[in-house]
Design a protein around this ligand. Structure first.
Ligand code: SF4
Ligand code: SF4
Length: 441
C-alpha cells in the first residue's frame, strides 16, 4: 500500500513538473512576433506524416536514419508498456494487461526485441560521437553542455532499456518459480537469455524480487525523470518535431520574404491612394516593443522561428552541407539555432526572475557575429538537409536586415551595390538614362 501511494505521488509530481516546464517553453516561444500559419492544411498534415512521423529526411543518411528510426519506434512503442506499469503501480497488480492472451505475448516479445534494438543503436550512436568522432559531432559549438547532453541522454536510454530487460528477466524467473503475485504471462525472447546468462534460476526468490522491484522502480522513475529532462534539453525535438514540421514553410525554399511593412510603405509612396501600413504594437511580458526592421533580439523573430530553435536536435546535418562552413568560414547554421535558443532561455530567465521583461543590454547579436551572418549565401542547403524542417536562413536574413536597415552596417563589398540601388534603382553604377546605351554599340 505504501508503495502504491509513493508511486502515485511520484507520478503526480513528475507530471506537474513536466506541465510547468513545458508551459514555460510555450511562454518563451510566444515571446516571438505573431504570424498566422494555417493555409493548405491538407498539405501540412501530409508533410508532418512524411517528415516527422515517417522520418523521411533522416534516411537520406541510411545508417543514422535507420538507427534513429529504431530508437524512435522504441521510444513510442515500448512506452505502451508504461500504461501497464502505471496501472500495476497504482493498484498493486502484476501484468494487468495479460488478459490479452496471445496478443500480450506478442506485445511483450516485440517490446523486448525493440528494447534490444534501442540498446544497440544507442551504443553505436555513442561510438560515433565519442570514439569515431564524426566531424559534425566534434565541432566547437558542441563543446561543454551540448556534448554532455547528447551523451547523457544516450546513456540514460541504455540504462532504461537495460533495466527493462533485467526486470523482465527477474520477473520471468519468478514466474517460473511459481512465486505468488508473479503469475505466468508474456513472452520473453531476450530476457530469457539474460536470465540464463545471469544465473537467475539459481537465485533465491527474495533476491529475484529485489532485482525485479529495483529495476521496476528505476524504470518508472527514469521515465519520469527523462520526461522532465527532455524539456530542458535538445531532446525537446521528440515533442516539437511534429508541430514544427506542420508549421514549416510551404513556399519554395529559396524565396526570400519581403518585409510587409516596407512593401506597404513603398506601395503608398508610389500610389497615394494606398494607405501606409499601420504599425502593430508587439507587447512582450508586459513591455511594448519598438517595431524593428529585421531582428535585433528574439522578440523580433516570429514564434515559428523561436519554435525552430527549440526543435533543433543539434544533429549538425545542416552545418555538414553548408558551403560556407565547408570552405572554412565561421558560419554554422546549427550554431545559429543553438544561439537563438540559448538567448531565448536567457530572456526567459530574466522574465521568471522579475515577472516582466527588463532590458539586460544584450541581444542575439552578442552571440551571433557579423562575420557569421555575412558568410551565408542563402543557398538553403541547410533547410533542405534539416530532418525537422528548421529554417536557419530566415533568422540569418532577419539579423542581417537589422544590421543594414537600422545600424547601417554592411560589408564593404556591398556598400557600392546598396548606393547604386539607392541612386540608380539598380545594382550597377549607371543611371536609368544610360540603361539602353548598350544597344548603340
Ligand atoms: S543558406 Fe547559408 S547557412 Fe544555410 S547552407 Fe547555405 S550558406 Fe549555409
Ligand atoms: S537545424 Fe536541423 S539540421 Fe541543423 S542541427 Fe538543428 S535539427 Fe539538425
Amino acid at each position: 500500500m505504501i508503495a502504491q501511494v509513493l508511486f502515485t505521488a511520484l507520478l503526480l509530481a513528475g507530471a506537474l513538473l513536466f506541465a510547468r516546464n513545458f508551459m514555460r517553453v510555450r511562454r518563451n516561444i510566444l515571446l516571438g512576433r505573431d504570424v498566422t500559419i494555417n493555409d493548405r492544411q491538407g498539405e501540412r498534415w501530409a508533410l508532418m506524416a512524411r517528415v516527422a512521423l515517417g522520418q523521411s529526411k533522416m534516411v537520406v543518411r541510411p545508417l543514422a536514419g535507420i538507427l534513429h528510426i529504431i530508437v524512435y519506434a522504441g521510444f513510442v512503442i515500448i512506452n505502451i508498456e508504461v500504461i501497464e506499469i502505471l496501472i500495476d503501480g497504482m493498484f498493486g497488480t502484476h501484468r494487468v494487461l495479460s488478459f490479452l492472451g496471445g496478443f500480450y505475448d506478442f506485445l511483450i516479445g516485440s517490446f523486448e526485441w525493440l528494447a534490444l534494438g534501442v540498446w544497440v543503436a544507442c551504443v553505436i550512436f555513442l561510438v560515433r560521437r565519442n570514439i569515431i568522432k564524426l566531424k559534425r559531432f566534434v565541432m566547437k559549438e558542441l563543446d561543454g553542455w551540448p556534448r554532455t547532453d547528447a551523451n547523457l541522454i544516450l546513456a540514460a536510454e541504455i540504462a532504461l532499456m537495460s533495466a527493462f530487460l533485467v526486470m523482465n528477466a527477474a520477473d520471468l524467473t519468478l514466474q517460473q518459480h511459481g512465486i505468488e503475485h508473479y503469475r505466468e504471462a508474456g513472452s520473453y525472447p531476450v530476457s530469457a537469455w539474460i536470465a540464463e546468462q545471469a544465473s537467475f534460476p539459481a537465485m533465491v526468490s527474495g533476491t529475484l524480487v529485489l532485482i525485479e522491484r529495483a529495476c521496476w522502480w528505476f524504470h518508472i522513475i527514469g521515465i519520469l525523470a527523462f520526461l522532465n529532462y527532455i524539456v530542458v534539453s535538445k531532446h525537446l525535438h521528440i515533442l516539437l518535431a511534429f508541430p514544427n514540421v506542420w508549421y514549416s514553410t510551404l513556399r519554395p525554399k529559396t524565396e526570400l520574404v519581403n518585409m510587409p511593412r516596407v512593401t506597404g510603405e513603398v506601395r503608398s509612396m508610389l500610389d497615394p491612394s494606398v494607405q501606409p501600413p499601420v504599425v502593430v504594437a508587439h507587447t512582450v511580458a508586459g513591455v511594448e516593443m519598438a517595431e524593428r526592421f529585421g531582428a535585433k533580439d528574439v522578440f523580433d523573430l516570429s514564434w515559428k522561428q523561436l519554435m525552430d530553435a527549440y526543435s533543433c536536435t543539434e544533429c549538425g546535418r545542416c552545418t555538414s552541407v553548408c558551403p560556407a562552413n565547408l570552405t572554412g568560414k565561421l558560419l554554422s547554421p546549427r550554431k545559429i539555432m543553438m544561439d537563438t535558443r540559448d538567448r531565448l532561455e536567457e530572456v526567459g530567465k530574466v522574465i521568471d526572475a522579475k515577472s516582466k521583461w527588463e532590458d539586460d543590454g544584450k541581444s542575439l547579436h552578442v552571440r551571433i557575429t557579423e562575420e557569421e551572418l555575412w558568410a551565408c549565401t542563402t543557398c538553403n542547403a541547410c533547410t533542405e538537409a534539416c530532418p525537422v524542417n528548421i529554417d536557419p536562413v530566415g533568422i540569418i536574413t532577419d539579423l542581417r536586415r537589422y544590421l543594414v536597415m537600422e545600424e547601417s552596417r554592411t560589408r564593404p563589398a556591398l556598400t557600392g551595390m546598396f548606393n547604386n540601388v539607392e541612386n540608380n534603382g539598380a545594382p550597377w553604377a549607371f543611371g536609368p538614362d544610360q540603361r539602353m546605351k548598350w544597344t548603340e554599340q
